[in-house]
Write a protein that binds this ligand. Structure first.
Ligand code: ATP
Length: 338
């Protein structure tokens, strides 16, 4: 059962609903695991509140099967809340959430049987050894593949009989991932999986995600603050700001549709010219440094560069510059900040 780390974490919150629920169904009564072709995640107009405070505000998001989706957002943006809602820990206050085709409120057992989860806090029982935690997971899971777990334990070179309390933070994160893979999940939900890992542990973790897990066709949905990690492994990216999704799409498409046009004027351009540039279609932002003006563009940057060349001012140069994810994301993350 991949939700064991979640169970341990949620125990503190008195959330036991992800537990195997043997009282509800015996393993023989479980319906067969189906692999439908619905998106891995479909969130429609989701609202989640803590008391009177809204943490998620009308969020709509689709994650295709087989993708590696990186969710970026500042502290408090709502990343953990979304992941907890996907697992059924937090019931939506509005909207709908489907995971692997199942409604997270009405079909939580189905969701839990097919999802692997690694939490931010990663609170595994520290007094257990690795074989003991594996046995615990096996006994509380609908299906358990110790061979898969052993393969990843070997890959991460984790010490076979060690007590969890004696493992480093990075090793615990690796163990949590191994356990999350034990039920051969179709979807992995990882909440800031690389936070606090050293560069080597980060590299091993990320290359395992892409090289082994994603290449098997599993969907990975992970949250992160680390732009470089998202750029390294994600093929889809979402940017969350104050509970709202301000950008979502395939990384390659986002890079094609977000560019910088650098314009160098022969003379210092007047303010009216800068206003005219701001009004051109697709221009998101205009920054001026003397005769040099930078236009952040969403859409067809080449067409915009042509429009700029047709302006009635002498130009020295017009150049279209590609942006990396960091440049694109920072602009969205910082929008509206002083
Ligand atoms: P971080 O990157 O710091 O982990 P996050 O993007 O994961 O942040 P959340 O933990 O989802 O953000 O929090 C979103 C908002 O909901 C924040 O304003 C937070 O204060 C609030 N919040 C989260 N959990 C609770 C809770 N249990 N009770 C009340 N408010 C909460």
């Amino acid at each position: 059962m991949a939700q064991v780390t979640a169970l341990m974490e949620e125990e503190r919150l008195n959330v036991t609903a992800l537990h195997p629920q043997h009282d509800e169904l015996t393993p023989a009564q479980y319906p067969p695991l189906s692999r439908s072709s619905s998106p891995a995640i479909e969130i429609n107009n989701l609202v989640v509140s803590y008391g009177k405070r809204r943490a998620i505000e009308g969020l709509t998001l689709v994650v295709p099967r087989g993708s590696v989706y990186g969710l970026l957002g500042a502290n408090g943006a709502g990343k953990t809340t979304i992941i907890k809602t996907l697992l059924g820990f937090r019931p939506p206050n509005g909207g709908s959430v489907r995971v692997l085709g199942y409604d997270v409120v009405r079909q939580r057992l189905e969701v839990c049987a097919r999802v692997g989860y690694v939490s931010e806090e990663n609170s595994l029982y520290t007094y257990l050894t690795i074989p003991q935690i594996c046995a615990f997971c096996r006994d509380t899971s609908r299906q358990w593949h110790q061979d898969i777990v052993d393969r990843y334990l070997r890959l991460f070179d984790l010490p076979g009989n060690a007590k969890i309390g004696k493992l480093s933070k990075g090793m615990r994160m690796q163990l949590a991932l191994c356990l999350a893979l034990g039920n051969d999940p179709d979807l992995l939900l990882l909440d800031e999986p690389t936070a606090g890992l050293d560069p080597i542990a980060r590299h091993t973790f990320l290359s395992t995600l892409v090289g082994d897990i994603a290449s098997e066709g599993k969907t990975i949905f992970f949250s992160s603050h680390i732009l470089a990690d998202v750029e390294a492994v994600a093929d889809w990216v979402g940017i969350l700001r104050s509970g709202r999704l301000v950008l979502s799409g395939e990384l390659d498409t986002l890079k094609q549709t977000h560019k910088l046009v650098r314009v160098t004027y022969a003379e210092l351009p007047p303010e009216s010219e800068l206003d005219a540039l701001r009004a051109l279609p697709g221009v998101v932002n205009v920054e001026q440094e003397g005769r040099s003006v930078r236009l952040r563009v969403r859409g067809d940057a080449d067409a915009l560069a042509t429009s700029v060349q047709e302006r009635p001012y002498a130009l020295r140069d017009v150049e279209v510059v590609n942006l990396n994810l960091e440049h694109i994301a920072l602009a969205y993350l910082m929008e509206g900040r002083p």
